[in-house]
Write a protein that binds this ligand. Structure first.
Ligand code: ATR
Length: 282
């Protein structure tokens, strides 16, 4: 029986996850297929019921369902529950269990591409959605000294601070509005990371003035299409180290693949497939 994996989201045009996971499946020669499930919000609950079938092994979850899918699951891994979002679901004998591989994927990629160690560092994180939950959690878990969350809707940043403050007490967290990112001590941040979709396919730009950052600072963007967003271009021009979103995509995917199949994921093959797909869908 061919086992089905896939990605659930909406809209889902040209998901890079499909070629990424298919490259891993072909390389290992296993009897799996990875499909794209573009599901409308009103059909989500029905679809989840169908995903309990024994030939569906698991799936990724993306925009806009990383938080809203949680109530439909039978079980949630403790880390995902603390993060407050899931990006991976595993069918465990007809019970759907939610996990989150975004945070570890982000951190592995950040370390790989820049060597950045969050311990004791000052971080400015832009965004307060599902991806922000995972990235913020991973940075705090890795010992970040201070984390400021900036978001368009200030209440969402406040809520994320309160949520994370339960697990990371001690005044490490602060929220600000997006209009405040060029004020105060944010210019002294060691890491600035965009976790929103701003800059995707060239739409919009993070309005932070990166020229004020210290020369040691790292500027990071989880957007991977384009690989170098306007934000990263400006940071590179200012002589700063940059970190793009492709590595997070690859490493979160690799962790999901390991969870579903129990096999060691061919990370380099997956990375090549992502870069090729991104070139084709520019
Ligand atoms: P994901 O699961 O990918 O993180 P999400 O949960 O929908 O997606 O979160 C999207 C994030 O991007 C939010 O922080 C959102 O800001 P709001 O909380 O104000 O909605 C932010 N975002 C998306 N589009 C934006 C835009 N055009 N300008 C500013 N922020 C934006």
């Amino acid at each position: 029986m061919t086992l089905i994996l896939g990605i659930v989201g909406h809209p889902l045009d040209h998901s890079v996850s499909v070629p990424m996971h298919m490259s891993a499946i072909f390389t290992l020669g296993i009897d799996y297929v990875y499909l794209s499930f573009d599901i409308l919000p009103e059909n989500l609950s029905h679809a989840i019921g169908q995903f309990k079938r024994e030939n569906i092994k698991g799936f990724n979850v993306t925009i806009p369902y990383k938080e809203t899918i949680m109530p439909y699951l039978d079980d949630i891994d403790e880390r995902a529950s603390r993060i407050g979002a899931v990006n991976t679901i595993n069918n465990e004998s007809g019970r759907l269990k939610g996990y989150n591989t975004d945070g570890t994927g982000y951190l592995t990629s950040l370390r790989e591409q820049t060597g950045f160690d969050p311990r004791g560092k000052q971080v400015l994180l832009i965004g307060a959605g599902g991806a922000a939950h995972a990235v913020a959690y991973a940075l705090l878990e890795a010992g970040a000294g201070h984390l400021t969350i900036a978001n368009r809707t200030r209440e969402h940043a406040d809520m994320l601070c309160r949520h994370l403050g339960v697990y990371f007490p001690g005044g490490l967290l602060r929220s600000i509005g997006m209009d405040e990112i060029n004020e105060g001590d944010h210019t002294q941040s060691d890491l600035v990371v965009n976790t929103t979709s701003i800059g995707m396919k060239g739409a919009g730009d993070i309005t932070m003035d990166v020229t004020g950052l210290g020369k040691h600072a790292v500027v990071s963007d989880i957007v991977y299409n384009p690989l170098e967003t306007g934000f990263l271009k400006r940071a590179r021009a200012a002589g700063l180290a940059i970190h793009d979103g492709a590595g997070m995509l690859v490493h979160q995917g690799a962790e999901s693949f390991r969870l579903w199949t129990g096999l060691r994921p061919p990370v380099d093959v997956m990375r090549q497939a992502v870069l090729k797909a991104l070139q084709e869908h520019r």
